[in-house]
Design a protein around this ligand. Structure first.
Ligand SMILES: NC(=O)c1ccc[n+]([C@@H]2O[C@H](COP(=O)([O-])OP(=O)(O)OC[C@H]3O[C@@H](n4cnc5c(N)ncnc54)[C@H](OP(=O)(O)O)[C@@H]3O)[C@@H](O)[C@H]2O)c1
Length: 208
């Protein structure tokens, strides 16, 4: 494991929120064309599973859910994943929700598609009421932007893949989409750890 004994600070009034992304060296987290996915190595995918295994709940935005919801459900149901959670003393079943106002294109049970009336604050209350302590928000970038705007992301796990994709207007996504934080609200991060595997870097940041 890259992060054995991973622990997060406890919050009393809301869950602790963390995210996990993989980015190219030039900051791209997705290209809206065939042939660019996956961005990270197989090891990065193992780290994704590892970070999921520490969570009490997993959240995806509507677009990420439409693209990867079906695959996510399958991977959460795999015996190896459930065993990994059991070893950590977690419930083998990781609750998974997609935040969306629509059900079309989502291959997940309807009860797992949520659309709280008052958006992110409503979602936070829903998760707090469920008793989840550590919530993994895997994005995508639009959802991550909404969480960061509300100062609700506590840690960012970021894999830097040794690649440069370049750009063509409108064809790529970066870590945060849909928000330009005003100067007084720029997010500052503290590096907690750096690990490497071949030429790939695994960064863990605390949002301050
Ligand atoms: N490289 C990586 O590590 C990584 C990680 C995650 C995702 N991605 C990529 O990111 C892409 C998806 O990201 P995205 O930015 O297009 O979409 P997204 O963040 O996955 O989803 C945004 C959607 O979530 C729903 N939503 C509901 N309430 C919201 C709120 N308060 N704030 C924001 N969204 C809310 C809306 O969907 P409805 O319209 O359905 O209501 C909204 O359009 C995928 O291509 C995926 O592959 C890459």
């Amino acid at each position: 494991m890259l992060y054995p004994n991973l622990k997060f600070p406890k919050k009393s009034d809301r869950p602790f929120f963390y995210t996990n992304f993989v980015s190219t060296v030039d900051g791209k987290v997705q290209v809206k064309k065939e042939g660019y996915w996956p961005i990270g190595s197989r090891r990065d995918y193992q780290v994704l599973l590892e970070l999921r295994s520490f969570a009490d709940c997993l959240i995806h935005g509507g677009n990420l859910g439409r693209e990867f919801g079906g695959i996510t459900v399958k991977s959460l149901n795999k015996p190896a994943f459930k065993r990994m959670r059991k070893k950590l003393g977690k419930d083998p079943v990781l609750p998974y929700y997609i935040l969306s106002a629509r059900t079309d294109g989502l291959k997940i049970s309807k009860t797992s598609i949520i659309n709280p009336q008052d958006g992110i604050p409503g979602l936070v209350k829903f998760l707090q009421d469920k008793g989840y302590k550590n919530v993994l928000v895997e994005g995508g970038p639009t959802l991550l932007g909404s969480f960061l705007k509300e100062n609700l992301i506590d840690e960012i796990f970021l894999t830097i893949a040794p690649k440069i994709y370049g750009n063509e207007k409108g064809s790529t996504l970066t870590l945060v989409e849909g928000q330009l934080f005003p100067e007084h609200a720029i997010k500052n991060l503290r590096l907690l750890s750096v690990k490497k595997f071949n030429s790939e870097l695994y960064l863990r940041y605390r949002v301050i």
